[in-house]
Design a protein around this ligand. Structure first.
Ligand code: ZN
Length: 505
């Protein structure tokens, strides 16, 4: 078959896989946003059937033929950049699964869903011993998989590669060490400063329907396209992409904590704006998605922290907020409001942590994951090591495993290697902001005027439109001129928190 024909057939083949994936995403979104309970069991089977179909097509003999034909060095230079990158991704998925014996893969999938439901119970009871045997099996599976993939040294790198291709533990060690040296002294200085912003007004009842109206308003202001998405309510906020023309977000309203809903909505909106701006040329290909977890998180955190938690943003939105509220901000100055929504103190739960202490929560998890796969840490030691690390990095020790090692679903789901991408995204976001300032020196002025479009245009041009056409480090290098560098984040946090807590006064 001439090479052009092979390419066409390959595109048709992966388009079908993408169509199945869209159907799966829609069914899952529906289950999470209010599908009737009595239909859930059958719906789960439908999702299972479709997922099985995707799996079979991803590892089929036909897929193997496309991979062999299109990775042949003799034809590579005849292929477009997109085709080369697509086949590289298809090959990665193929190798990932084909190297693992089918029975083990199936047993692992069963364990995954068991471990997740046991985790819910263990967390509710605060009893790690319930989860322990499942987690031990989970880690055993992962250790075997790494062997099948043929990794001899730095085994943890093989897991990192699933979420943040190109990043290794050596690089992350360097970034995290530097970050910790910048953050820990700030956390300590804040603790001993005695300067606490008044914040009682944040807990005054803010009716859910008013929060919703305000969140819809903010999403629109930030450039989220409602003709290509919608906002719903779930226990845990998330973003899901069906295709760039249908990117949905959810949020959660707590009447005594409106700012969590606003910032959570802005965060998911940041993920969604990324996906809404992916080039339409990439629809139907595996490149039609964010390029990595870290780059994705850089976009949500860019909106949440560098826009949503900034003084300039509230200079524009504060009067509007007062119109949705019930008078609780009438005697609160903008400066006081800004300091209150940015207050920082060590806490136990990662998802509720402020932007200054958040990376320390990630480091606790990272150290543990690395020691599980490249050190001699065993699952039984997890609760003890967790508490030690919390004490070392944040200066506090959880009273029970519910607010400690049991709080996240990632490990029971088998997602080892995922956590670092949250902190890397934060590092990247600060780098993007720094690079953007070269072309948009009046960044704050734009935010103050509510002109977010200039900012989104920059993000689109350098990041969003590429989808996965470029790899994460390519995106970072091309947009900023350098690799991962935590200096900008440290500088941002130091300036911001010295001001909020008047540390130099
Ligand atoms: Zn996120």
């Amino acid at each position: 078959m001439p090479i052009e024909e092979t390419v066409k057939a390959y595109y048709r083949y992966v388009k079908k896989i993408m169509d199945f994936n869209e159907a799966i995403a829609l069914a899952e979104w529906d289950m999470r946003t209010g599908a009737p309970k009595k239909g859930i069991a059958q719906r789960s089977e439908v999702v299972g059937t479709l997922a099985d179909e995707v799996f079979k097509r991803s590892v089929s003999a036909e897929m193997k033929q496309y991979i062999d034909a299109l990775t042949d060095p003799a034809v590579q230079n005849k292929l477009s950049q997109a085709t080369r990158r697509m086949i590289e991704k298809s090959k990665k998925t193929y190798d990932h699964y084909v190297k693992i014996p089918t029975e083990e893969n199936q047993a692992y999938t069963v364990l995954q869903s068991q471990a997740q439901s046991v985790w819910e119970d263990a967390k509710a009871k605060g009893d790690f011993s319930l989860l322990r045997p499942y987690l031990e099996k989970m880690v055993d599976f992962k250790r075997h998989f790494i062997q099948y993939w043929g990794v001899e040294t730095n085994k943890y790198d093989a897991l990192l590669d699933l979420y943040e291709p190109g990043l290794t533990a050596d690089t992350i060690d360097r970034i995290f060490d530097q970050l910790r040296r910048g953050i820990v002294p700030l956390v300590q200085a804040i603790a001993s400063s005695g300067n606490r912003p008044e914040s009682g007004f944040l807990a005054v009842r803010f009716p859910a329907e008013k929060q919703k109206a305000f969140c819809l308003h903010i999403l629109r202001e930030n450039g989220y396209d409602f003709a290509a998405g919608r906002l719903d309510e779930t226990e845990h906020p998330f973003e899901t992409t069906l295709n760039p023309g249908d990117v949905r977000v959810t949020t959660h309203y707590r009447e005594n904590d409106f700012i969590a809903a606003v910032l959570g909505t802005i965060h998911e909106g940041g993920h969604a704006i990324y996906e809404q701006h992916i080039s339409r040329d990439l629809v139907g290909t595996p490149l039609c998605e964010g390029t990595s977890m870290g780059i994705h998180e850089s976009q949500s955190l860019f909106f949440e922290n560098f826009i949503g938690r900034s003084k300039a943003f509230w200079e524009y939105h504060y009067e509007e907020l007062k119109r949705y509220a019930s008078g609780q901000f009438d005697n609160v100055s903008l400066d006081n409001f800004y300091r209150a929504i940015n207050q920082s103190h060590p806490s136990f739960i990662r998802t509720q942590a402020d932007e200054l202490t958040y990376p320390l929560h990630i480091m606790v998890r990272y150290d543990i994951e690395k020691a599980l796969f490249d050190g001699d840490l065993e699952v039984a030691d997890l609760p003890g090591v967790w508490n030690e690390k919390m004490k070392e990095y944040l200066g506090i020790e959880p009273k029970n495993d519910r607010e400690g090692v049991l709080q996240d679903i990632h490990w029971p789901s088998g997602d080892f290697g995922y956590f670092p991408s949250y902190a890397l995204g934060y590092v990247y976001a600060a780098q993007f902001k720094h690079a953007m300032l070269r072309e948009l020196p009046d960044f704050d002025e734009h935010v103050r005027r509510g002109d977010i479009a200039a900012i989104t245009d920059w993000l689109s041009l350098h990041i969003h439109r590429f989808g996965s056409l470029k790899k994460p480090l390519e995106i970072l290098n091309d947009a900023t001129g350098e690799g991962p560098n935590p200096d900008y984040l440290i500088r941002y946090l130091t300036e911001k928190y010295s001001d909020i807590y008047r540390l130099n006064h």
